[in-house]
Design a binder for this molecule. Structure first.
Ligand code: NI
Length: 178
């Protein structure tokens, strides 16, 4: 039976674990159930993407909003391998697990992705623009990395209090890695 999930907020240990590959050997049922919940959460918060740890599951799955991002129609990315490339650029990012915070983050402009879709079929994609940005952000979640980790040390120090307050409001311990 499905249970109702909510989005994990900074301070939640699930956001800091390295996620395990998703086991598709049992069929796509559990994947479709998880992805359905993730789609619901992403839509309710009007996000561009969501990673499974944000829905409380430490598995290597993320989704991207293919109606807003140029992903050649792909929405579901299972066990992805990502290879960023291109000039590093600064673009403002936000995260549903760090509500209300938007900061410029430096990342390569493009990425190549290999992943499986919701049917378990492998595909490859070459992304640019906001899609490349979102894919790198979501893929980071699978390794327990948050976008604030990629800010300069001074900026992180300035944000520490605010992030602690955010964790406390959500009923979490402060995130010790920020
Ligand atoms: Ni995020």
């Amino acid at each position: 039976m499905s249970r109702s999930r909510c989005i994990e907020i900074i301070g939640s240990p699930v956001l800091r674990r390295v996620s395990q590959p998703f086991d598709l050997s049992v069929g796509t049922g559990p994947l479709l159930e998880l992805v359905g919940e993730m789609e619901r959460l992403m839509a309710s918060e009007r996000g561009l993407g969501l990673a499974a740890p944000q829905a409380g599951e430490n598995v290597r799955v993320f989704i991207l909003d293919s109606s807003s991002l140029d992903t050649s129609g792909h929405r579901v990315f299972v066990n992805p391998a990502i290879e960023p490339y291109g000039p590093v650029c600064r673009i403002e990012e936000g995260c549903l697990s760090i509500p209300g915070l938007y900061e410029e983050v430096r990342r390569p402009s493009n990425c190549r992705l290999s992943a499986m879709d919701e049917r378990g079929i492998r595909f490859e994609l070459d992304l640019g623009g906001m899609a490349a940005r979102a894919a790198q952000h979501e893929n980071d979640h699978l390794d327990g990395i948050l976008f604030v980790d990629r800010l300069g040390s001074l900026r992180r120090r300035l944000l520490r209090r605010r992030l602690e307050a955010m964790a406390e409001t959500a009923g979490n311990e402060p995130d010790r890695r920020v």
